[in-house]
Structure formats: structure tokens, C-alpha cells
Write a protein that binds this ligand. Sequence first.
Ligand SMILES: [Fe+2]
Length: 118
Amino acid sequence: MTPEHATAKQAENIDDMSDAEKKHVPLVHVEGDPSPGESFPVTVWVGEQLAHPMEADHHIEYVELYLDDTLVARCDLSWQHATPKVTFMVKADGPGTLRAYERCNLHGDWTYSLPLEL
Ligand SMILES: [Fe+2]
């Protein structure tokens, strides 16, 4: 974890997000029916409910996914060519917490977490 992670913004109410939250909160989706010890896809989508710009002066710089305190993977994004929606393959031995982070060059760090049930 970094200092930026500790101050990352979260949605106040995930079921009733503001427009800024809809654009920035990195929503996490576990795909399929994961089993302990087997890889499964986890998608992190920034701007799922309201698209975030990908322009030179305003864009998402990267997306990260943690399982508990371990970095699973990080993806740096090109504002010219990327959409801030990334699928990571994850392997877990048991339940935990999936936590995504993203950085907007204008609006800072945002996070979202989801329990992983195996
Ligand atoms: Fe932004």
C-alpha cells in the first residue's frame, strides 16, 4: 500500500453515486464461478455507469487490483488508445477482499472493494 491508497476516495453510497463517483469509482466484477487455487477473471471498470474522458488533459492513468494486501496486477493506460476497463486473471486459495485503485490525472485516486467468496 502507498500513501495515495490510504487517501483514495470511495463512493459514499454505491447504490446512489454522484456523477463524479460514477466516472471514477473502479467497480470490480468477478466473472464466472471461481474455485480455490484456480485462475478466474476479475474486471475493473472505471466509468461503467458514466464514461470517464480519455483525453490528453483528463484521463485515467492506471488501474490496480489487490487481493487483501497483495498487488495482483497493475495496468498503465494510454489515453489515446485505452478504455479504462481491464480484466485481470486472479488466483486465490480462499476468501479475501478484492480492492481496485485507479488514478485520474485531474481528480486523484479512487478505490472500491469487494469481498471475494470462494
Ligand atoms: Fe477525472
